[in-house]
Design a binder for this molecule. Structure first.
Ligand code: S3P
Length: 162
């Protein structure tokens, strides 16, 4: 199991799909599973149930996926902020895709489907999450100014030397 974490816009889904293809593993995006299980888009889950309910659902979904067959698994950018989700990641190979704040915003800043971006204090959220990502990362790979294909090569090289 390889788990990808990082802030919104780090490229977890794009890189995850390419990495899974390279490794011959299935790819799963926890946000997609959450939306399927809830029968609603994430924006509506946040609006109707609130963030704590979303984090609980996210935790349950991730626990189920980690107990399932081997895969490349991309987690939502806030998954690592839940202590129980962090503790699930202890024994897992976790790749932290690191992105600078400006680059993250240039990639996803205008996306209205991401409720956390519509809140005030996004720079502070970004800052406080960096230590959380690092605390569960097996590997950290920088993504600024790099194409998804190059990032996949960096991940594969880091996995090899690990
Ligand atoms: C979130 C990130 C999103 C999604 C939800 C909350 C966050 O995933 O899980 O909107 O708190 O950072 P991406 O990182 O794939 O955008």
């Amino acid at each position: 199991m390889i788990v990808l974490i990082g802030f919104m816009g780090a490229g977890k889904t794009t890189v995850g799909r390419l990495l899974a293809a390279r490794l011959g593993l299935p790819f799963t995006d926890s946000d997609e599973v959450i939306e399927r299980q809830a029968g609603r888009p994430i924006l509506r889950i946040f609006a109707e149930d609130g963030e704590p309910a979303f984090r609980q659902l996210e935790h349950r979904v991730i626990a189920g996926l980690l107990a399932g067959p081997d895969a490349v698994l991309a987690l939502g950018g806030g998954a690592a902020s839940h202590p129980l989700t962090r503790s699930l990641l202890g024994p897992v190979c976790v790749v932290y895709l690191r992105v600078g704040f400006a680059e993250a915003m240039s990639r996803v800043g205008g996306d209205h489907g991401r409720p956390m971006l519509a809140r005030p204090g996004v720079p502070a959220l970004y800052a406080e999450r960096q230590a959380l990502y690092a605390s569960v990362a097996t590997l950290t790979v920088d993504t600024d100014a790099r194409s998804p294909g190059k990032i996949v090569l960096d991940v594969l090289a880091s996995l090899d030397s690990n």
